[in-house]
Write a protein that binds this ligand. Sequence first.
Ligand code: GDP
Ligand code: MG
Length: 556
Amino acid sequence: FPADRIRNFCIIAHIDHGKSTLADRLLEMTGAIAKTDKNKQVLDKLQVERERGITVKAQTASLFYSHEGQQYLLNLIDTPGHVDFNYEVSRSLAACQGVLLIVDANQGIQAQTVANFYLAFEAQLPIIPVINKIDLKNADPDRVEAQIETVFDIPTEECIRISAKLGTNVEKVLQAVVDRIPPPVMSTDSPFKALVFDSNFDHYRGVVANIAVFGGQVRKGDKIVSAHLGKTYEVNELGLLRPDEYPTQRLFAGQVGYIIAGMKDVKEAQIGDTLHLQEQPVEPLPGFKPAKAMVFAGMYPVDQSEYIGLRSAIERLTLNDSSVSVQRDSSLALGAGWRLGFLGLLHMEVFNQRLEQEYNASVIVTAPTVPYKAVLSSAKLIKSCRAVQKNMVYIDDQRVMMKYLFPLNEIVVDFYDLLKSISSGYASFDYENSGYQTADLIKMDILLNGRPVEELTTIVHRQRAYNTGKAMCERLKDSIPRQMFEIAVQAAIGSKVIARETIKAYRKNVLAKCYGGDITRKMKLLKKQAEGKKKMRRIGNIDVPKDVFISVLKRK
Ligand code: GDP
Ligand code: MG
């Protein structure tokens, strides 16, 4: 394919504005998948994505498109919209020369629309605004076009109005991609040079790297070098993603595809790394800023005998999601485990769900915390206001964008859910890090029958300690099942108990129902009980359900 007939583009948008649905239509129209009414977000391949209806991993698909008698190769990268996955978006942008910015014709510009716009704008990429869902009864594309002009300074004439669901005007989107996005400027004559922008671990084939070829070409059997480690590999297989793997003989400059080169160790395929031919060294590409973890949590095997298995599952999954930071850790109650850093709470929940679904691992996750810097001084006297307004911009007469400075620990657990519910779903939210601030914080312990539960220790603002402690005790009381003895649930600051709840004793004997000899029924019940226990964590002699460690921190 000549480079001038290649287009590499991303679809970016606020969550639920229709990226994956538009991708479905584009795949159908270019014959990559058959046209049926069953195609729903086909690029969302992970089980967690299907269940939650969100895109977590950016996905790649090569489309062949005929326009005015010419064949074009369009490489589409679908991206996740949620705040926690911004990192995936910036990585995808590095492999593109333009973006489709989707905005819902009813909801208009939302927080992630703004955040994603700036990612593309800073990368100096042409932006094609697409107003989606014009089929909705209360769609107001005029208002949304006006917002786009006010906030992003993009003339209204550049907007394309579509319904991704019905396919209305989607052809215009393909034409705009060809007309408004430039082809990649790179030559097939120069030495081979490719950016690793994503990678997966396959149990049978080892590392499968997604690459964008920036120069030259690579063939099966070529000897390639990873600039990061300086190691040499032989290319076993390569090809396009349409969206399934489609092996080819070569990959050229301007193409996006996958490569398998006998990388066996998960650490060998660094995202952001440059690949080149053994005999033709090149200047490495700039790579990526490492993602900064904002939320930390401990992860432990439910049973220490599963430690090795869980370790390899975490290693493989972090290869697939390199924004997760991993450190070994151990806890008195939970044994050996890890302290993992995530970009946000959703990111953490998704990671945990993927461990369980894709690697069959059973994990205990401790309460998430945010990084603090402790300063030893007697004057932590400064009363800090918990949120400071920074600025306010009117998007139109009905919508306003406000910027606040927040302590991260206030937003990490459930701020987003709360905001959505108090604004009946109208408000949306995005954040970036603005550094450390001084605050009057104290450490609060939770005790079960007098024994501190390390995993539930939290850092709270002094003025919030009483209410938070009380709420946590109440919630623990609701979520820990009754056991054969009474349990005291207490919140304490130092040696001072500030809240208490009691869980009454209860005797549960699953075999009581098995009169006499029905052995199969007895076995079945015992198995059921064992499975129930698996989701429990034993602290001292108390069984605590695994999910309590997170749910207990959520506000009502
Ligand atoms: P994403 O989060 O941006 O990938 O959004 P999805 O493609 O998953 O779409 C979110 C929801 O909006 C789904 O329920 C879609 O069926 C729906 N949707 C997408 N495009 C349209 C459209 O053009 N019209 C209508 N009525 N609904 C749409
Ligand atoms: Mg999606």
